[in-house]
Design a binder for this molecule. Structure first.
Ligand SMILES: Nc1ncnc2c1ncn2[C@@H]1O[C@H](COP(=O)(O)OP(=O)(O)OP(=O)(O)O)[C@@H](O)[C@H]1O
Ligand SMILES: Nc1ncnc2c1ncn2[C@@H]1O[C@H](COP(=O)(O)OP(=O)(O)OP(=O)(O)O)[C@@H](O)[C@H]1O
Ligand SMILES: [Mg+2]
Ligand SMILES: [Mg+2]
Lengths: 227, 227
């Protein structure tokens, strides 16, 4: 479903270069669950933003469902992203003036599919332990509640590709497990493709495959259950 | 060093009450390391903000070094906080227009002790793996790098009391261990008092004592190494 070849991204800090991605090749089959692990600063969030068409690489290409996508126009990338990709940001990125429910339904509003999403909202909120907090604004929610709102927003449109950047970092083990089970079930029952960045080896156990990053490169991979 | 009695805090969501803290009693000895754990939404961040004099309880009192502090004037609480407390926020709260170095030195600037802090900056940044990133602004840093900048800012003035809200949530195990070792050494060698909220049982192992919260109350406590 998702293929990446020769992906390179360099940021400039004054005169010095930060090689955030240094030639990444990666293939992700449809309906699979991949975990990405690696040290802080190794390029995980940058890689995920390339997969999510949020940012353009300096070199290399991203294919989504066989279509080369990383050099499409802004508008076309935005359209693709809204229709097919659910993105959970490392810093949640919730809109402070909207309630939890409005934040979650935002992708649906933007793609004119609000009706379908509203029917799913209650069930999804229930699974994530957010019932009763849907009317609150982000600053009125705990860190873990905000993280779960960000997760619900990524999942509300039953996306083809779910990209989750450390989705359980602020969650206790019980809420974290609930999230990982939702992702696993989405893959097994709904055919989602999930790519999850995580620092937690226990979270990686829910994936079919783990890819290890270091200094902007893939340095290894394996099956989390047969190491 | 720190004592809390009968602490209560209720937030209002329209007509319904959220009992964030529901009568908390807690004592923390000087030069000790306490971990606070509990489900998402159980009141950990709210409790920490009371301890840090960032917020006022509805009922109850907080004593710092024997002085009742929670009902002092805003100015007096701000002064105490700046002189004696280092606070690591769950969402980092870095100032986007300042560099990492400027963010870290901010407490020192505010208390006119910039000289002392500058001599400590390099060593602390080195321990936290931030050397070379000190000139970057927050949006140019990875999630874990931002978290480490927030930690450095809390520690730069060698504070009496360190309050850390999930300080390793965005860190890989190696960076996380470095942070926990810095906190442990601060307690053992510099006499810091550290209260750390965490979801990670491995992080709690560095503490002398774990306090468990649920629905705004203390429901248990223990020695993390002799459970
Ligand atoms: N300003 C506010 N207005 C309304 N409710 C609030 C406000 N701040 C916190 N709450 C609620 O108080 C409860 C406790 O919040 P708190 O942030 O202390 O939880 P927490 O234990 O830190 O959770 P987490 O592990 O998710 O960070 C939550 O239900 C939260 O939604
Ligand atoms: N806009 C930017 N300008 C300059 N450098 C950047 C920018 N964005 C990211 N970087 C740098 O690129 C490197 C990779 O960042 P990235 O956010 O992908 O790391 P990460 O693996 O997600 O780390 P973490 O586990 O801490 O979240 C880091 O060294 C970071 O400082
Ligand atoms: Mg990241
Ligand atoms: Mg919290």
């Amino acid at each position: 479903l998702l293929r990446i070849e020769g992906l390179t991204k360099t940021y400039w800090q004054g005169a010095s270069a930060v090689h955030a991605l240094d030639g990444i090749d990666l293939s992700v089959s449809a309906a699979s669950f991949v975990a990405i692990m690696g040290p802080s600063g190794s390029g995980k969030s940058t890689l995920l933003s390339m997969m999510g068409l949020l940012d353009l690489p300096d070199q290399g290409e991203v294919w989504l469902s066989g279509q080369a996508v990383s050099h499409l126009s802004d508008d076309r990338r935005t359209l693709l992203r809204r229709e097919r990709i659910g993105f959970v940001f490392q810093n949640f990125e919730l809109i402070p003036t909207l309630t939890a429910a409005e934040n979650i339904l935002l992708p649906a509003e933007l793609t004119k599919q609000a009706g379908k999403a509203r029917t799913r909202l209650e069930g999804l909120a229930g699974l994530l332990g957010l019932s009763g907090r849907l009317g609150a604004r982000p600053h009125q929610l705990s860190g873990g509640q905000q993280q779960r709102v960000a997760i619900a927003r990524a999942l509300i449109m039953n996306p083809l590709l779910v990209l989750a950047d450390e989705p359980t970092g602020n969650l206790d083990s019980k809420s974290g497990q609930a999230v990982l089970e939702i992702l696993r079930e989405g893959v097994d029952l709904q055919g989602w493709t999930v790519v999850m960045v995580t620092h937690d080896p226990a979270a990686a156990l829910y994936a079919d495959r783990v890819v290890f990053l270091r200094d902007g490169r893939v340095v290894g991979e394996g099956d989390p259950r047969h190491e």
